[in-house]
Design a protein around this ligand. Structure first.
Ligand code: SF4
Length: 329
């Protein structure tokens, strides 16, 4: 069996920053330490942090007044920020800067009186946070069909934004439908789909046809991981999503010569290593790593967790702290 190990895969800069922040917070603060929503959408990591005293909450009433609360990488709405302030919580914000960029666009357009269309998945934490920036002014569409029935009249000024972790192909279709229906619609200055989503999808798109099965390590609630499975399926390669190698089944690999293996942006590399070990244990497997792109993006942990020298030094230009510089590469 040939294992096509795809790169880039696994942690993106936003997830790395959020996970490092939570590790540092565990060193600096007493447990229980509270996190609003899952720090990143990965069951394995959430279970391990829970075992170390981190409490993941979906409502702030579950956080004691004055406690330390971390916002997840997916960001929060202004209502949550106000509620946290009212409860005098010690907030550590690990929203990915590329999600913050989309929040900023929503605020700027809404202030100028635009009608906004957000392309995204209903109920996703990131989408809920962005919609909360301008309730009433933002309309969600999930598909080309949604664009056809969008009931917003003929707005003079209209713009669209997107969730950072969409399928690139789906986004292009929805974008075309929006432009057809609203020829004057404005688009984000730089793509809202982040560099990590682009790169991981592009790698699968380039290599999936060589494999008879794609194994995508990632949780079901991870949007970017699910899109990797979608890309493989759309190219005719059956895809299986797993949280960990315990879910693998031998019969999936009957008559399989080549396996594509990759992982979503919130998946630790240790799970890839364990999956490779499982495959090697069960089959005569050789690994071929295929990299389509190097990633150099890096985001600093938020100020309360930075070392003293990082508090005062300006961000390096090489680390792409500026969200506008870290979009699709
Ligand atoms: S997937 Fe993209 S937007 Fe989400 S945390 Fe990673 S870099 Fe940020």
């Amino acid at each position: 069996m040939r294992i096509l190990l795809v790169s880039p895969r696994g942690y993106c800069a936003g997830v790395e920053m959020a996970i490092n922040s939570l590790e540092l917070a565990l060193q600096h603060f007493d447990v229980p330490l509270y996190v609003y929503h899952q720090i990143v959408h990965n069951t394995y990591l959430v279970e391990r942090f829970s075992a170390r005293g981190v409490v993941f909450v979906d409502q702030l009433q579950d956080v004691p007044v004055g406690a330390t609360l971390m916002y997840s990488a997916h960001g929060v709405s202004p209502r949550i920020r106000q509620e946290a302030q009212a409860r005098e919580l010690n907030v550590i914000d690990t929203t990915c800067p590329l999600v913050t960029k989309v929040h900023g666009e929503a605020v700027r357009y809404a202030r100028r009186g635009y009608t906004l269309v957000l392309v995204g998945h209903r109920g996703h934490d990131e989408v809920v946070g962005i919609m909360g920036e301008a309730p009433g002014a933002i309309h969600l569409v999930q598909s080309v069909d949604d664009v056809a029935v969008l009931d917003i009249g003929k707005p003079k000024r209209i713009a669209y934004l997107t969730q950072t972790t969409l399928s690139v192909a789906d986004k292009q279709d929805i974008e075309a439908a929006l432009q057809q229906r609203f020829p004057h619609i404005e688009q984000p200055r730089t793509d809202d789909i982040c560099y990590a989503t682009h790169n991981r999808q592009q790698a699968v798109r380039k290599l999936a046809a060589e494999a008879q099965i794609a194994i995508i390590i990632g949780s079901q609630n991870s949007s970017n991981s699910r899109r990797l499975a979608d890309v493989a399926q759309s190219l005719g390669t059956p895809a299986r999503m797993i949280d960990s190698p315990e879910e693998l089944q031998r019969h999936w690999f009957d008559a399989v010569g080549t396996v594509l293996l990759t992982s979503g942006a919130s998946v630790p590399e240790s799970l890839v290593d364990e999956t490779l070990s499982w495959l090697r244990r069960h089959f005569d497997a050789s690994v071929e790593e295929q990299s389509i792109q190097q990633e150099t993006q890096h985001f600093h942990v938020p100020p309360p967790l930075r070392r003293p020298q990082e508090q005062t030094s300006p961000p390096s230009t090489a680390d792409h702290q500026d969200p506008e510089k870290a979009v699709a590469s």
